[in-house]
Design a protein around this ligand. Structure first.
Ligand SMILES: *Cc1c(COP(=O)(O)O)cnc(C)c1O
Length: 377
């Protein structure tokens, strides 16, 4: 049902490709994260449709697990959650374009310039309301936030604005995943100095948060009052070690066609794959338009009957061919797993990302977005 609601704008059709999302794994990952976070607030990041897992279902699960704070990227994402009945606090990380929406949908903005702060104040006064805001400092990510030399005076001005309640202070680590801690230490130091100065000048103790998944697992000093993990919730760590996290997402589909091809037959565009022997080639109804990256051409495996079947030739828009010669006597319609476990083997987003020199984040957001979602709960 939620799938339909979320899918309103999605017109892409797929042929039986399913993203199976394991909500028990989410519960498990949350336990691991909470053990590290201790009594700090966990702000669960659900941007980009909960990293491709379906923000509505995932957010509802978080709420039922006692999470009281969610973070979306854009106002539009937060609106979808509210319209689906999600009651938690929602911070919107990157988007202050429609100020009225924050009041209508009861959202928390992240402020990073004075004009926006003033606009929130005017809107709040006009409505006779008060709005909580969080202030973002750019401690070295170079993305969004007040520069350090402007942050304290901005916080003082904002805390004097009518209708605006300065509640939180945040920043973002740019390389908390590196074993060299020096830059993270520097960012934290900049943050802590500003935080102390704000507290001194305004008497306010703000909810301070900086830690993404990488910092959560590797940088205890940076956990502050609240942590803001995304990736770890969905079962991947930014490091080699898994920390016991369990991936939620499995992408599976069904074989469209099986063909027996003689030796020397080219497969797919550009003839980059030519059968070396008589081969059994399965056609899988997933392509780069489904988020299966074209760089997986001749460069990834899928699982059929628990065995690895390598991609043969270039990935097409809607189709991919795999070599199932070694798999045995399989039939059209059999299950193929692109991501996740089948039998005793497993293809992880880590594996796929390292094949094409990217990060698991990109694998799960792209593969997750178009498949029909089914939740195990
Ligand atoms: C995406 C994001 C996070 C979560 O990062 P992960 O690496 O997925 O844990 C936290 N804070 C901000 C501002 C983000 O944009």
């Amino acid at each position: 049902m939620t799938q339909e609601k979320q899918g309103k704008k999605k017109t892409r059709v797929n042929r039986g490709t399913v993203s199976e999302i394991d909500l028990f794994a989410l519960q498990h990952n949350l336990e691991i994260i909470r053990r590290i976070a201790g009594n700090r607030t966990v702000i669960a990041v659900v941007k980009a449709d909960a990293y491709g897992h379906g923000a509505v279902e995932i957010s509802k699960k978080f709420v039922s697990e006692g999470i009281s704070y969610l973070a979306a990227a854009y106002t539009e994402e937060a609106k979808i959650l509210r319209e689906s009945g999600v009651k938690a606090k929602i911070i919107v990380l990157f988007d202050c374009s429609d100020i009225a929406d924050y009041f209508v949908y009861d959202l928390i903005p992240v402020i990073y310039d004075m004009e926006t702060a003033a606009a929130f104040s005017r809107e709040a006064k006009g409505r006779g309301k008060k709005i909580p805001v969080h202030l973002k400092i750019d401690t070295g990510m170079g993305r969004i936030g007040f520069m350090p030399d402007k942050a304290v005076s901005a916080a003082v001005s904002i805390s004097n604005l009518e209708g605006v309640e300065l509640e939180g202070l945040l920043s973002h680590f740019s390389e908390a995943d590196l074993s060299d801690r020096s830059y993270a230490v520097h960012q934290l130091e900049v943050f802590q100095n500003i935080r102390a100065a704000i507290q001194k000048k305004t008497g306010r103790k703000l909810l301070a948060h900086m830690a993404n998944s990488a910092a959560l697992f590797s940088f205890k000093e940076g956990l502050l009052d609240a942590v803001r993990p995304g990736l770890a919730l969905y079962g991947y760590s930014p490091f080699h070690e898994s920390y016991g996290l369990r991936p939620l997402m499995k992408i599976k589909t069904k074989i469209l066609s099986i063909r027996r091809l003689p030796a020397g037959t080219p497969v797919s565009y550009g003839r980059t794959f030519i059968t070396k022997r008589e081969s059994k080639i399965a056609v899988v109804p997933v392509g780069y338009a489904d988020g299966y990256n074209r760089l997986f051409s001749n460069n990834a495996d899928m699982l059929v009957r628990g065995m690895r079947a390598p991609v043969a030739g270039r990935i097409c828009m809607d189709l991919t061919m795999i070599d199932v010669t070694k798999v045995g006597d399989i039939a059209e319609g059999e299950e193929v797993v692109l991501l996740g476990r089948q039998g005793r083997d497993m293809i992880t987003a880590k594996e796929l990302s390292s094949r094409i020199n990217t990060i698991p984040y990109e694998i799960i957001t792209s593969l997750g977005s178009r498949a029909k979602k089914e939740y195990l709960h």
